[in-house]
Design a protein around this ligand. Structure first.
Ligand code: CO
Length: 152
């Protein structure tokens, strides 16, 4: 039985820890499936657009996103393309409650990742979805959106 997940908030120093990649064996394990399921439920319950493992104090390279097509898990993600063009947009974070501010993000990205079946996938994302993915991706490296606020 896994302990129920709790979101840690700024300035908890553990938010600065990096996630480690899962092994191929771990990716397809029942434990990972259960963890991703709990992480998804937590994100939906808290009305977040995304949630990273590092935000619930688990140092794994895993995050979930609430996409227009449902919840999608990204395991061992790697952003393989970033458009030259950036766009400013407002962001918030479940780990930084009460703060909403503007961040410049790449307008388009391409991301390579594994799903729970251990399949490697590639997703092209733009605008809002690209923004959410970049925000969650940063969490895996201990980076928060408040570290990179855009000049107004
Ligand atoms: Co966040």
């Amino acid at each position: 039985m896994v302990k129920s997940l709790k979101i840690i908030t700024y300035p908890n120093p553990n938010l600065r820890l990096k996630g480690r990649p899962l092994t191929q064996e771990e990716i397809i394990s029942p434990e990972t499936k259960q963890f991703v399921n709990e992480l998804s439920k937590k994100m939906l319950k808290e009305d977040g657009l995304g949630l990273a493992a590092t935000q619930v104090d688990r140092q794994f390279r895993v995050f979930v996103i609430n996409t227009p097509d449902g919840v999608q898990e990204f395991i061992n993600p790697e952003i393989t393309y970033r458009s030259w063009l950036k766009e400013k947009g407002e962001e918030g974070c479940l780990s930084v409650p009460g703060i909403f501010d503007y961040v410049k993000r790449h307008r388009k990205i391409k991301i390579k990742y594994f799903n729970l079946l251990g399949e490697q996938k590639i997703l092209k994302a733009r605008k809002m979805l690209a923004r959410v993915i970049q925000h969650e991706y940063d969490h895996l490296d201990g980076i928060l959106f408040i570290d990179k606020l855009a000049k107004k």
